[in-house]
Structure formats: C-alpha cells, structure tokens
Write a protein that binds this ligand. Structure first.
Ligand code: SF4
Length: 287
C-alpha cells in the first residue's frame, strides 16, 4: 500500500481513513482551522494539508496553528506591504508556498520569498514551460550565493539525485504513486491526480484495497518508462533522463526540457560537491 493517502477533507471520510497518514485537500478556511481535533479523534496523522488561496497575503495565517504542515497554493504573492506584515509569522510557520511558473512576475516572487527565508515551490504549467526562466530560477535555487530558503522541486531532487538511479520530483506535488494514492469522498482510488480528475479509478473498493503495490495498474505505472526505449523516442536519448523520466515528453520536441535537465544535472553536481564535500571519495576503501 502506498504510504500516504491524498483525499478531500470531509467528515464522512474520516472513519474510513482512521489510523492512516493523510494529505488533506481542504477547501475552506473554517475546515482548516478545525482540522486537528477531527484528525486526533480518528487517530489520523496529518502529513500535509493542501490549501488554495487567491494570493499569499490574503491567507489568514494568524488564525491557523503555526505548526500545521501546509502546502499553500497561491496564484500570486499579493501586496508587498502586507507580505512584510505577515513575514514574522510566515517564517515561523510550517508552510511552503506554491506559485505557478506561468509569468515572469511569479518567477520573481519565488525568488523574493526565498530570499526572505520562506520555503517555496514552483508549479509547472503542464503544457508549455518557460524553460529559460525555469533554468534561471533553478540556478539561483541550487547555486545562488546569497542566503535563501529552499526552492522546490529543485531542492528536492538535488538532495536525492544519484547518478546510478532514476528519480523525479512528482512527490513534491503529492503525485508519486510510489508514495501517494488519491482517494475521493466516495472511496474511489487513483494513482495520480489527473486520473482522479478524469474519473479513471482503480477497480477496487478502498476498504478492501490491501497492498496497492501489487495492483496491476501500479505495475503498469512502474514499467511505463520503458516505453520510451522501446519506441526509441527523444527521451530515450536524453542526457537528463535520470532526473526526468519523460515527465515533459508531450512538449519535448523543441528541446527546451532537454537543455534544462542537462543544465540541471550540472548544477546538481556542483550543488552536491559543495554540500557534501566527501562525494567522489567512495572508491577509496571504506570500513
Ligand atoms: S527532459 Fe524532455 S526529452 Fe529529456 S527525458 Fe525529460 S521529457 Fe524527455
């Protein structure tokens, strides 16, 4: 069974997920304020809460428990004076700010927040990425000399990447079937959010789902990467394959993703050499 459930916060689902670790998708602020007593009542471990606010500064942070783990999605930062007023609380919160990487201003806002010590994540727009700006942001995130907070997903992958393994960063968005499984209010299951939205549910009842890693759809997902090599497509010859696994295959014709991931791996190498000075010494004998 995947370790974490991702589900909407509704009181009707709580008894069915009792004792589990959960990522709740919360729709309104009253539910967010009252979520902890409900979770405690059903022995649910809150792994994270996904909440969407129009702007970061519109989020009523002062009325929320500061230690609640929140992935806060905002369409933009909001007014700068308001941000400065909420900054001390933001710095002491357990919150990461997710902004869409759709416009030059959002890239600037991600940098500003990071430089102010706020953990952030950029959200890809899923059709056509601005790879030049993504590359600038990634370089700042991994190699920027000025002190700044981590910017995900770059930080996530840079700290986990190893040249001998294949990794990607979908877990940053709670969408990695190896770790997360999505459940809706009716108990339908899906391995990924897009499948859930399209109502492509697993043919399983949640209460009798058992070990999902043995489910045929999970095994199909695990093997999906091989299709790139069977078809001998662009991804199969991409230098960034180990960090991407074809995540952007639908838009790889212009080579933007390929250039980005090549640059990314160079930066990861420098980042790891700086962060872990002992890397590269393993060939000398170890006890
Ligand atoms: S970077 Fe682009 S070409 Fe390379 S593996 Fe990813 S999607 Fe495929």
């Amino acid at each position: 069974m995947s370790e974490f459930l991702v589900c909407p916060f509704t009181e009707t689902i709580l008894s069915a997920i009792s004792g589990r670790s959960v990522v709740f998708r919360v729709e309104n602020i009253e539910d967010l304020r009252g979520i902890r007593p409900h979770a405690n009542e059903y022995s649910i471990h809150i792994h994270c809460i996904v909440f969407t606010t129009p702007t970061l500064t519109a989020f009523p942070l002062d009325t929320i428990d500061s230690d609640l783990p929140i992935a806060l999605h905002a369409s933009c930062l909001g007014s700068f004076p308001s941000l400065l007023r909420m900054l001390p609380a933001l710095r002491h919160s357990n919150l990461r700010v997710y902004l869409p990487m759709t416009h030059a201003d959002r890239f600037s806002e991600l940098r500003i927040l990071s430089s102010l010590g706020i953990h952030t994540a950029g959200v890809f727009c899923s059709d056509t990425e601005d790879w030049e700006r993504v590359t600038d942001l990634m370089t700042y995130a991994l190699l920027g000399r000025a002190p700044h907070a981590p910017i995900f997903p770059f930080q996530y992958l840079a700290t986990r990447y190893h040249p001998q393994t294949r990794r990607n960063w979908t877990a940053v968005y709670f969408d990695d079937p190896a770790t997360y499984v999505h459940v809706d209010a009716e108990g339908h299951l899906a391995f990924q959010l897009e499948e859930m939205k399209r109502e492509q549910f697993l043919d399983l009842d949640f209460s009798r789902s058992g070990d999902l890693t043995q489910h045929p759809d999970f095994l199909v997902w695990q093997e999906r990467w091989k299709s790139h090599f069977l078809q001998n497509d662009l991804c199969s010859r991409c230098p960034g394959w180990r960090a991407c696994s074809g995540l952007f295959a639908s838009q790889c014709d212009d080579g933007g993703c390929r250039s980005f991931f090549s640059e990314f791996l160079d930066c990861v190498e420098q980042y790891q050499a700086r962060t872990y000075p002992s890397i590269g010494r393993e060939e000398i004998w170890q006890p």
